[in-house]
Design a protein around this ligand. Structure first.
Ligand code: UD1
Ligand code: MG
Length: 451
């Protein structure tokens, strides 16, 4: 059965008090909309339609940026959830599989929940995702009739008796595309809000002799985000889940509560992550790696056996091969570092290649930027870069070559050569002592003048 996702993301999100559309606020480094798309992607949908309205261009761009295959449908006026789904009609033209409706501000629906909804479709024409609410508040209520769902009643339209129901509507719905669109055509806006409610399709389906059922999930999955406080809470829940998953996957976290993950962080088994490590988007770490305290990793790959940090920063495009060592106050960007190379202290490596077992001394800098353009530095295998060497790119250091400490290297160094680029040392016997005496005498005279 082929699947299409329709993700509703047209709402304004007034309570975020933000210029940024609500669904673009981030959790674990990705817009909440991306989390919603990802949760539906486990079903391998053949189409994904995002319905945009407020901040539509920005929302559409973010969706396509994450998943270029997304179709954008525009809902100019927010007339209700059924009206929103109706905007996807054109994008679903010719599609005869199942549609699952998700919300862009509900990022935590779990894969197995959607899979259970998909299986429930064999028993029911319309399947709704519900949850037992600790505080049912203003949620729509699921009115059951045995195993069947009779209808959904919105809080505003519910009787006192119906408001006592604790089984609530998450908003997630699954049905065949053609059936869904037909039911939506029949929805009216004759209710307390004057909106076209998607929830009305259940009662309509039943009145046409179709069947409806509910699948339930944990309330935490259906958490919607409407304010900054809820966003912060969602971030906390997300981090807790990522930490628990990492521990489950055989990763040692010395102080789990201090490690921050991105939505796509991957860490191999038997790796150790020390306290206060932050992963931005796009970081992957193989097995048996140690990331030491206070390191920041983003858009990088770290291979087996490497040790990174403490206080290291790996930026996008940093590729560390096996057994590489990157120490404190080292920043690496857009650079491949080959097996066993050591970059242990106070170093910047950007737009570079570092060969196998090369050793970069403290304070090495690849001077990659001339103020207008970026240039490449190549450092050969087993090369030894003396402390405080400035490598002015474009420049290349051959295999087994050396540079003298404090050198400014502006031209290529051939394999096996030693390059020294600094002023020759001059030593003047006794001059230091003479200078000290002169300066101390000056100071004495000055203090006497003041008195
Ligand atoms: C909806 C459900 C309610 C459920 C609750 C769960 C309806 C009528 N009610 O109510 O039963 O308990 O969600 O959170 O569906 N949206 C659009 N266009 C619109 C209207 C909404 O894109 O015209 C989007 C919103 O951006 C949001 C989602 O649909 O992501 C839900 O809309 P919202 O207004 O929050 O619905 P609720 O009143 O919370
Ligand atoms: Mg809502």
């Amino acid at each position: 059965m082929s699947i299409a996702l329709v993700i509703l993301a047209a709402g304004q999100g007034t309570r975020m008090n933000s210029d940024l559309p609500k669904v673009l606020h981030k959790i674990g480094g990705a817009p909440m909309l991306v989390h919603a798309i990802r949760s539906g992607e486990v079903l391998e949908p053949s189409r994904i339609v995002v319905v945009t309205g407020h901040g539509g261009e920005q929302v559409g761009a973010a969706a396509c940026d994450y998943q270029p295959a997304v179709d954008i449908a525009v809902q100019d006026q927010q007339l209700g959830t059924a009206h929103a789904v109706a905007q996807a009609r054109e994008a679903l033209d010719g599609f005869d599989g199942d549609v699952i409706v998700l919300y862009g501000d509900t990022p935590f629906i779990q894969p197995d929940t959607l899979e259970r909804m998909q299986s429930a479709r064999s028993a029911h024409d319309v399947v709704v995702l519900g949850f037992e609410a600790a505080d049912p508040g203003r949620y729509g209520r699921l009115v059951m009739d045995g195993q069947n769902l009779e209808r959904i009643v919105e809080f505003k339209d519910a009787t006192d008796e119906e408001r006592k129901i604790t089984l609530c509507n998450s908003g997630v719905v699954a049905a065949n595309a053609a059936v869904l669109m037909e039911l939506i055509d029949a929805v009216s806006n004759d209710n307390a809000s004057g909106e076209y409610y998607l929830t009305d399709i259940v009662g309509l389906a039943r009145s046409q002799g179709l069947s409806a059922g509910a699948v339930t999930c944990d309330e935490a999955e259906t958490l919607g985000i409407n304010s900054r406080a809820e966003l912060a809470r969602a971030e906390g829940l997300f981090q807790a889940r990522m930490r628990a998953e990492a521990l489950e996957d055989g990763v040692t976290l010395t102080a789990p509560d201090t490690v921050y993950f991105a939505y796509d962080t991957v860490i191999g088994r038997d790796s150790t992550i020390e306290p206060n490590v932050v992963f931005g988007p796009g970081a992957s770490v193989e097995s048996g790696v140690t990331i030491r305290a206070f390191s920041h990793l983003e858009g990088c790959h770290v291979s087996r056996g490497a040790v990174v940090g403490p206080y290291a920063r790996l930026r996008p495009g940093a590729e560390l091969a096996e057994d590489v060592k990157v120490g404190n106050f080292v920043e690496i960007k857009a650079a491949r570092v080959d097996r066993g190379a050591k970059i242990n202290h106070l170093t910047y490596v950007g737009d570079a290649e570092v060969g196998e077992e090369a050793n970069l001394g403290a304070g090495t800098v690849t001077c990659n930027y001339d103020g207008v353009m970026k240039h490449k530095t190549r450092i050969g295998a087993r090369a030894f870069i003396g402390s405080s060497t400035m490598l002015v790119a474009p420049v290349s250091i051959g295999d087994d070559a050396m540079t003298g400490s404090g050198s400014v290297i502006t031209s290529d160094v051939e394999p096996g050569a030693l390059a020294i680029g600094r002023a020759r040392q001059v030593t003047k016997p006794g001059l230091a002592r003479k200078l000290f005496e002169m300066l101390k005498a000056q100071k004495r005279n000055k203090t006497q003048e003041v008195k």
